[in-house]
Write a protein that binds this ligand. Structure first.
Ligand SMILES: Nc1ncnc2c1ncn2[C@@H]1O[C@H](COP(=O)(O)OP(=O)(O)O)[C@@H](O)[C@H]1O
Ligand SMILES: O=C(O)[C@H](O)[C@@H](O)[C@H](O)[C@H](O)COP(=O)(O)O
Length: 220
């Protein structure tokens, strides 16, 4: 889904340089339930004129049933899903590349995807899959993770208030038990590919602008 946020487009100084970079890039917006992956992911998408993937839509039916019943997914439930997120992101990158070649888009961030990617090994699984696909494709996509976090109680309150979503709010607890916020060598400032964003007390618009500025500061 693409939504228009002209205020974000004009308020982000980073966009011009991002547009000039023209290197196929996938940005995965991660974090536990309720941190704003979908909300911020859609705003980034609109600002960057990129493609968007809602990771939740790529789960097999059995995963959705489990989560809706308040049963946390196991690693084995997640591997296939994470690979699907990687494959779908790369496919959209290839499609977007054709648009860029036709000068219909001026962003180097070809695809934004929401995917909780809570553990380091999940992020590595996505990266490995993208690298495998890159090796067989003309489009060599780069991947960056933007990991959103907030206080657990805030997230429980938000997910409890959320209507029409399969994810039970009690699942925030099990997510916090396994969550590994990127740190050390995973961080962009340490030469890695992840940004962490404290979302507390910030509007989705402010978070989006912060992400764009921080990516731009690293010439992404
Ligand atoms: N920065 C924010 N401040 C306050 N509420 C937010 C913020 N980001 C998202 N929300 C709200 O929290 C709920 C969950 O957001 P959502 O984008 O669905 O999170 P996620 O995709 O990470 O589960 C939604 O009702 C959304 O409007
Ligand atoms: O946005 C949310 O409500 C959740 O974050 C949701 O996206 C869920 O977490 C994942 O689809 C898979 O579950 P795990 O995060 O447990 O891997």
């Amino acid at each position: 889904m693409t939504i228009s946020h002209p205020s974000l487009i004009s308020s982000s100084k980073g966009l011009e340089s991002i547009a000039n970079a023209k290197s196929p890039t996938i940005v995965i917006v991660g974090g536990p339930a309720g941190t704003g992956k979908t909300t911020v992911g859609e705003m980034l998408t609109a600002s960057l004129n990129s493609a968007y993937i809602e990771g939740d839509q790529l789960h097999p039916e059995d995963n959705i049933k489990k989560m809706a019943s308040g049963i946390p997914l196991t690693d084995d439930d997640r591997w296939g899903w994470l690979k699907t997120v990687a494959e779908t992101s790369h496919k959209l990158c290839v499609k977007a590349a054709a648009k860029v070649n036709n000068d219909e888009s001026d962003s180097s961030i070809y695809c934004v995807a929401s995917c909780s990617a809570l553990k380091k090994v999940y992020r590595e699984t996505i990266l490995d899959k993208i690298q495998e696909i890159n090796s067989q494709s003309e489009i060599k996509a780069r991947v960056f993770f933007v990991f959103l976090y907030a206080d657990k109680q805030v997230l429980i309150a938000r997910t409890s208030a959320r209507k029409h979503h399969f994810m039970a709010s009690t699942m925030v607890n099990s997510q916090f038990e396994i969550m590994q916020v990127p740190e050390g060598s995973e961080l962009l400032e340490e030469g890695g590919n992840s940004l962490t964003v404290d979302t507390e007390g910030k509007s989705p618009e402010k978070i989006t602008v912060e992400i764009l500025e921080r990516l731009h500061a690293r010439s992404i």
